[in-house]
Design a protein around this ligand. Sequence first.
Ligand SMILES: [Zn+2]
Length: 330
Amino acid sequence: MTHEQQVKDSTSGRTGRLGYLGRAALEAAEAGLSVFPLHPGSKYPALHGQRDCDGKGVCAEGHLGWEQRATRDPCQITEWWNERPWNLGIATGPSGLVVIDLDDGRGKTAPEPWAGARNGREVLAQLAQAAGQPGPWATHQVSTPSGGQHLYFRAPEGDELRSSAGTLGWKIDVRAHGGFIVAAPSRREVGTYRAVNRASIAALPVWLAEALTPAERGPVTGPLPTVRPRGRAEAFLAAIVRGETAALAAAEPGTRHRARLKAARKLGQLVGGGALDGAEARAHLLSAAEAHIGVENTTRAEVERDLDDGLAYGAQMPREIDGARDRVAR
Ligand SMILES: [Zn+2]
């Protein structure tokens, strides 16, 4: 395609330069889902954060984050994806979705009462069996690069279900209000998100909706309120990073695997909220966990895997800090 043609395509709103990710974004929007850009090759939101907010344009009446800016508007989507081949984020709350995120156990087996289960899928099967509603369910399903699955369901009317981690069971997270998912056909270094069942999105089964109702759902996660006045945000952020990395460095042998996941999850939440750069967070964590390597047969690869798992996990429960630093796209 010539340059002239490209310009013509982008100004006329045609989709010539969009690429497969942009086309997938348009398709998702047409199906009623609210989309927004994630950094290419990653699972981190790419829209500007509060610190970089100039208070103009979409933010003229106050800063809007990814959950507010996620859209079905084909013009906005075309504009975003003409700019870069962003990965595709779907804001689950505004999309009216509840996505059950089933993770792989990576060789571990579940604790009681899910003994024997090797992954979130098997735990969910046990829950369904116990509820007298054995699966599988015919609904839209995506496989993730880390060996997990996303089951897409329509949120029930009424109760506002929020994102949660581990409240349904081992290796099962729920993405709803306050959360987002990386959608097919996004790519990360480790692989691609693929739609493995293109069935339309089914209603959330009643027994699952009941298991997730606010009274029973346990601790709420998702974006925390932004309470820090501008100017103190950087110091507050630095204090969190310092506290988490210090705890990680001081973790006793035997508790270090857990400590790595926990610290990385905390910083991952800040990365997801746009307050902290992903690479920077990883570097801080790695330096704090350096002393773990070579002790108790712990390898560098294992340490890095824990940190990456924790970061990725935390990023899906974003925490925003008012005034904190952020990167890129408007
Ligand atoms: Zn803004």
